[in-house]
Design a protein around this ligand. Structure first.
Ligand SMILES: [Cu+2]
Length: 282
């Protein structure tokens, strides 16, 4: 490297290092969605934050280099010349490949670790197992976790609780500190069930029992919306009345629901449903 080139490189390197430290410290302060209402949302927020932290120095490096070039290597007004020819730079090329490979391998390692953890037993998030009630149907394993069926249809979702005689609710009510297995299905066309704050989303297809897992950690309301264009009232498929409540409140709520549903005849509970055939003229 010649004298002036070395000066430019040093200047850029120092500016990049300082700005990167500031950028990473700022990125660590961010509170990224979806939040902390469930273990799944905590995991997603954490992963988003990790990727933001890793990409901040890369972003700063690229933008800094472009801005530095625009200011320092700007062509003089009126002059129309090519820059000096470039024949590649071995060290830059090796560094480029090595740094990108390390970043990708770190992310791959995290992904493989997560998958291996799931293959090892439970589908529930293992890093922060909640203290669960020992009674009732709310348990630590998939078999004794609370089972809930989400049924999508044009244009709303309903929720059936097979552990409680298959009663049905228009709003999703969940106990806190519970492992929940969510079975998502549809009675007509394709929808997508998305509980944004809880960090879970699953396709709702007729004839399919699509399973997703949830570990609730904090009480509060949440919003459910449809994330698959499903007809003229798709935009209306929003319910802001979902709630994670205390285990005692959940027990009261579900008992009330069972009482008020005593005289309601629902279609028989099934793992999944098919659209009823349409008769011509109806
Ligand atoms: Cu829909």
């Amino acid at each position: 490297m010649t004298g002036p080139t070395r000066t430019h490189a040093l200047r850029l390197l120092i500016a990049w290092a300082v700005l990167s430290v500031v950028g990473v410290l700022l990125a660590l302060q961010l509170r990224l969605p979806p939040g902390d209402q469930s273990q799944q949302s905590i995991d997603e927020s954490g992963l988003l934050q990790l990727m933001t932290v890793i990409s901040t120095p890369v972003f700063i490096g690229v933008v800094l280099f472009v801005l530095y070039s625009v200011v320092v290597f700007r062509q003089k007004r009126g002059a129309l010349e090519d820059g000096p020819p470039s024949y590649g730079n071995f060290r830059v090329q090796v560094a480029w490949v090595a740094i990108t490979a390390v970043i990708v391998l770190i992310l791959a390692g995290i992904g493989i670790g997560e998958l291996a953890g799931r293959a090892n037993g439970t589908n529930f998030a293992s890093s922060n197992q909640p203290s669960l009630a020992t009674t009732g149907s709310v348990g630590t394993t998939e078999a004794n976790a609370l089972q809930i069926q989400v049924i999508a249809q044009q244009w709303y979702f309903t929720y059936r609780y097979p552990d409680y005689a298959g009663v049905e609710s228009l709003h999703l009510m969940l106990p806190v500190n519970a492992n929940v297995v969510i079975h998502v299905t549809s009675t007509d066309i394709l929808h997508s069930w998305w509980a944004y704050e809880l960090g879970v989303k699953a396709d709702a297809n007729p004839g399919v029992d699509n399973i997703t897992y949830l570990t609730t950690l904090r009480t509060g309301s949440f919003t459910v919306r449809c994330a698959e264009l499903c007809g003229i009232w798709h935009g209306n498929m929003v319910d802001t009345n979902g709630a994670v409540v205390s285990q005692a409140d959940f027990a009261t709520w579900v008992a009330d629901l069972q009482k008020s549903s005593a005289n309601v005849t629902l279609p028989p509970y099934s793992q999944y449903y098919f659209p009823s055939p349409r008769v011509k003229g109806t």
